[in-house]
Design a protein around this ligand. Structure first.
Ligand code: ATP
Length: 276
């Protein structure tokens, strides 16, 4: 009897050992008229289905550039990025991005239409399913009552929720999140982190999440890639499985936090390893 063949995506889900996303020795550069900037230098990592994979590092280490490259907007000058075994050649609906900025929604469209928009301009789902899918995702993020509202009437947190619903509704292979909560106040940021974890518990989607907050990385991430300052190189990959809000005061959380701080700040003024 021959084994049933699986699509690359289905095969990746069937075997947790098959990465959904692979970056091999990825170097990224920008060439402007005045100079050439190396954003990352030979960065490698693997993201497995259901990972909440965090890229963590100081400002300018190339986190956003890596995300842009995975999204298909910035080809590597060296190395390869593959999604389900295929080289990334450009943007696609299998990788949806959530940004930090509150102005990522279309201001002239309602919340409902914002969430529906990528589905309407893509053939990923049958037309007849779109409305139901939008309603389902608005319900998931608690914004059903605001379906007809326009973005300018929403708070920052609500706008980010809409952006997350819009990206999730496409059911991408990887959800790309570029400091999605960085512009929110501390309280709303916590709420949104908790909400993301709740949504993840529901469907275990794959997330590639960029942050420069060590605490956020430990709360949100299952695996953390620590990058050195500019140009970004891999310092370490850490397992943060099982950590969350409940573990903020635990020895394991403190130990990982201290290790990351040492990696990022050792030798800098004001940093002493004994402080931990
Ligand atoms: N469009 C661009 N043109 C030229 N240089 C750029 C461009 N975008 C980013 N860079 C440079 O590439 C390097 C990496 O930038 P990137 O935004 O990826 O870092 P980051 O780690 O995401 O930083 P931050 O946390 O501040 O957003 C920086 O030196 C930055 O100045």
């Amino acid at each position: 009897m021959t084994a049933p063949s699986l699509t690359p995506a289905a095969a990746a889900v069937a075997s947790p050992a098959v990465p959904v996303l692979t970056a091999d020795d990825v170097s990224l550069q920008y060439t402007t008229r005045e100079r050439m900037v190396t954003a990352t230098w030979r960065v490698s990592f693997k993201v497995y289905p259901g990972d909440r994979f965090v890229l963590l590092g100081p400002s300018g280490c190339g986190k956003s550039s890596l995300l842009k490259s995975v999204a298909g907007f910035l080809p590597p000058v060296e190395g390869r990025i593959r999604l389900n075994g295929r080289d990334i050649k450009g943007p696609g609906p299998d990788r949806m991005m959530v940004f930090q900025e509150f102005d990522q929604l279309l201001p002239w469209k309602s919340v409902f239409e914002n969430v529906a928009y990528p589905m309407r301009v893509n053939s990923r789902f049958p037309r007849a399913e779109i409305e139901e899918r939008v309603r389902g995702y608005l319900d998931k993020i608690g914004l059903t009552r605001f379906a007809d509202a326009h973005p300018h009437t929403l708070s920052g947190g609500m706008k980010q929720r809409v952006a997350i619903a819009r990206a999730m509704a496409m059911e991408p292979e990887v959800l790309l999140m570029d400091e999605p909560f960085a512009a929110l106040d501390a309280l709303t940021r916590r709420t949104m982190q908790a909400e993301l974890l709740r949504l993840w518990e529901d469907t275990r989607f794959t997330i590639l999440f960029v942050t420069h907050s060590i605490e956020e990385a430990l709360i949100v991430g299952t695996r953390i890639l620590v990058l050195s300052p500019h140009p970004g190189q891999v310092r370490a990959e850490l397992d943060a499985t099982g950590l969350g809000f409940d573990s903020v005061a635990t020895p394991r959380f403190a130990e990982l936090q201290a290790r990351i701080e040492d990696m990022l700040f050792a030798g800098r003024p004001g940093h002493t390893a004994e402080a931990h």
